[in-house]
Write a protein that binds this ligand. Structure first.
Ligand code: CDP
Length: 228
């Protein structure tokens, strides 16, 4: 029997719609790699903040973008994000980064560099990648594209609970504003705005448990793998 063909699974959607939860568990079930593209934009934002790179200074961005090396390394608790060799997994999830990441992600020079790295990571297929433009730009040929949605109250609660569980001192209003603000910038930017790919399957997970959404996604994935 020939080995099962490996596919690319693209998961896109608005902020805090459960993309990474699904992507991680799906990758685990299929024995695929998982790429959190949001973490790459977050790590880039952290780099610019630390090095005081002005987001309007294209010459400075051009100069520094190629000195940003982002890697994912597995750990006991899942993948961790490394920026130039330093584990920045915790720091990139702080509000300080969340407040600026969508501005940084709207810069075409930044997108060009990230997209090239993401395409490189997927050359052998067998990956689940989540983000905003995976099905529309990064892997337009992905065999399975999912577009996650959830109602705003559910999304807010999930993100608030996730951050407070990690010990972040935040209030709900701040989180709500951040989700709305990022969704607005992400869906109205000129370069690869967030939108559902025509061939993506929309999945509203407001009423689904993580296990239920995984089961649905796995069914689609197995169909695609089997039909290749
Ligand atoms: O908070 P959440 O997990 O929903 O977001 P994320 O996946 O960590 O992404 C953080 C931000 O990075 C987004 O709000 C977008 O501005 C940007 N992003 C993007 O522009 N394109 C991607 N493929 C992934 C993220």
């Amino acid at each position: 029997m020939s080995p099962a063909k490996k596919i690319i699974i693209a998961i896109d959607g608005y902020a805090s719609t459960g993309k990474s939860t699904l992507a991680k568990s799906l990758a685990g079930k299929l024995g695929y790699g998982y790429i959190d593209t949001g973490a790459m934009y977050r790590a880039t934002t952290l780099f610019f903040q630390r090095h005081k790179v002005d987001f309007d200074d294209l010459a400075a961005i051009q100069k520094s973008i190629y000195s940003i090396k982002i890697q994912f390394r597995p750990s006991e608790f899942g993948n961790r994000t490394f920026l130039n060799g330093e584990d920045v997994e915790e720091e990139i999830r702080t509000m300080k980064v969340s407040e600026k990441v969508s501005e940084v992600a709207a810069i075409p020079l930044v997108r060009r560099s990230m997209v090239a790295q993401q395409q490189e990571m997927g050359t052998e297929r067998g990956i689940v990648m989540d983000g905003r433009d995976i099905g529309t730009v990064v892997f337009r040929d992905a065999e399975l594209k999912l577009f996650l949605t959830a109602n705003p109250m559910v999304r807010l609660k999930r993100r608030f609970d996730e951050l407070t569980a990690k010990g972040h001192q935040i209030n709900e209003e701040e989180v709500k504003h951040n989700l709305e603000h990022r969704d607005h910038i992400d869906s109205t930017r000129d370069d690869s705005p967030l939108r559902k790919a025509e061939d993506a399957i929309e999945l509203d997970n407001s009423e689904l448990t993580p296990e239920e959404q995984l089961e649905i996604a796995l069914r689609y994935a197995k169909q695609r793998i089997g039909s290749n």
